[in-house]
Design a protein around this ligand. Structure first.
Ligand SMILES: Cc1ncc(COP(=O)(O)O)c(C=O)c1O
Length: 457
């Protein structure tokens, strides 16, 4: 059967068309940091898949019926039931976005000097561990570091490495294990059900809570049905439910697989932990039946959580990412394998062979993509690098990857073709792409806040 996209545009937004000169001026103004570029100067925005998707007509229809009462609104109960249809946890607490869920839950689980282990802490997850004075330690599967392997579950946590920490001198200081599904910092690679089962057994044995960072729970579930023969006949919803059973606690940004522009939840079994989180949420987010969200958003989310597990929608998402990756491969552009769902990651190292790690190749490629085509993406290297006080690179990132994040239900094949054509043009004359050095280098959340300048290597 040929692939049929399971939706059409009901409302459209024109996109800005800019000149190369305008984009060069904008890059200068933005300090060559994509996060500083104004939206009106971006034609195709692949900076993030978070909160950037299109809502459906059904989501809009439900939002019309939103109940905006302060407490106990109908919209809250519809949202809570949609979450409870997925998670087995008794206590569901709403917050305005994923990082608020992290702040609240980690604040209740961790103290200064303690340790959080993870397959990979996402950047805000790490920041929310470190702001407590705790340590965020990443223990990804070694398979993740083989860019060219097609291993199906490179997002796994390294269970043996976790055990070694728990049984070693640092063991008593480990107060949470966070498994991020899918592993966003690790190239959007999925986590297998077997890995979840194993890490959950280890966590239980050591009495350490297992936290699922489930921002892309539906995409992880879909990739399990596609890559694990044991789950081939399961629906994505069944797989998602099984995965959630392994978490003692869940934090889930719903700006991704909630198909919404904002929102998140915390889910826990332990009533005492729920109580501590609730106090923090009432003080900082909003009452426990809205957590900073409007009834309008709660309705978007309740409906979004139903739509996101539709196999046709998920198949389309896979198809779109694969289409872009195939186009790039045809142009000789290398991407992280296997292709996931929420993003295509371009390997800048072979594309820009004249640039050394100190020239920040993934950042250079990201700026070149914007300059040449008005396409905004994000480099991942800056977050994973360290620098000295003169902004000279000390530790290079394990990979130089540019992330092309795919907003949900927004772009179609013609946009993918355009992106691939721009990258193919860059690949024809890579030596024209300048390297970069940082001119402003904040130590925390560097990639969001830094400034840089082009240099000729
Ligand atoms: C894996 C993961 N966890 C947490 C977050 C934070 O969520 P939010 O952006 O809703 O604060 C993100 C956001 O991209 C993420 O990808």
């Amino acid at each position: 059967m040929p692939h049929l996209r399971p939706f059409v545009s009901a409302v459209v937004r024109p996109i800005p068309i800019t000149t190369r000169e305008e984009r060069i001026a904008e890059l200068d103004r933005a300090g060559h940091n994509p996060f500083n570029i104004r939206g009106e100067m971006v034609s195709i925005d692949l900076l993030s898949d978070s909160g950037t998707g299109a809502v459906s007509t059904d989501q809009q229809a439900w939002a019309q019926r939103a109940d905006e009462r302060y407490a106990g609104a109908d919209s809250w109960f519809r949202f809570r039931d949609a979450v409870r249809d997925l998670v087995p946890h008794e206590h569901v607490l709403p917050v305005h976005q994923g990082r608020a869920a992290e702040r609240v839950l980690f604040g209740a689980l961790l103290g200064p000097g303690e340790i959080s282990l993870s397959n990979m802490h996402f950047d805000t997850t790490r920041a929310n561990v470190e702001r407590i004075g705790a340590e965020a330690r990443d223990l990804p599967s070694p398979q993740l570091f083989d860019m060219h392997s097609d291993a199906p579950f490179k997002g796994d946590i390294d269970v043996e490495a976790v055990k070694a920490v728990l049984d070693g001198p640092d063991g008593p200081r480990v107060k949470q294990i966070v498994v991020t599904i899918t592993n966003n910092g690790g190239g959007g690679q999925p986590v297998s059900m077997a890995n979840l089962a194993e890490i959950s057994a280890v966590a239980r044995e050591h009495r350490v809570p297992l936290v699922l960072d489930a921002a892309r729970f539906a995409e992880n579930a879909w990739l399990i049905t596609r890559r694990d023969p044991d789950y081939r006949d399961w629906s994505p919803r069944e797989v998602a439910r099984r995965a959630f059973e392994y978490g003692d606690a869940v934090v889930a940004s719903l700006k991704k697989d909630g198909l919404s522009h904002e929102g998140a939840f915390i889910a826990v079994h332990d009533p005492e932990l729920a109580d501590r989180c609730e106090v923090d949420i009432i003080a900082t987010e909003g009452f426990r039946t809205y957590g900073g969200l409007t009834g309008h958003t709660l309705e978007h989310l309740a409906q979004g959580l139903r739509e996101v597990l539709d196999p046709h929608y998920l198949a389309d998402r896979e198809h779109e990412a694969a289409y872009l990756a195939d186009r790039l491969h045809a142009a000789g552009v290398e991407t992280l394998r296997p292709t996931g769902l929420h993003a295509v990651y371009v390997n800048a190292t072979p594309l820009l062979p004249h640039l050394q790690p100190k020239h920040l190749p993934d950042h250079a490629l990201t700026c070149a993509l914007y300059r040449e085509g008005g396409v905004r993406a994000a480099g991942g290297g800056l977050f994973l690098s360290t620098f000295d006080e003169n902004n000279e690179l000390v530790t290079a990132p394990p990979f130089e990857l540019m992330r092309l994040a795919l907003p949900r239900r927004v772009y179609d094949h013609s946009h993918m073709e355009y992106i691939a054509e721009v990258l193919a043009e860059i690949a024809k004359n890579p030596e024209r792409v300048p390297g970069y050095r940082l001119t402003h280098n904040p130590p925390v959340l560097r990639h969001f806040r830094c400034r840089a300048e082009p240099i000729t290597p």
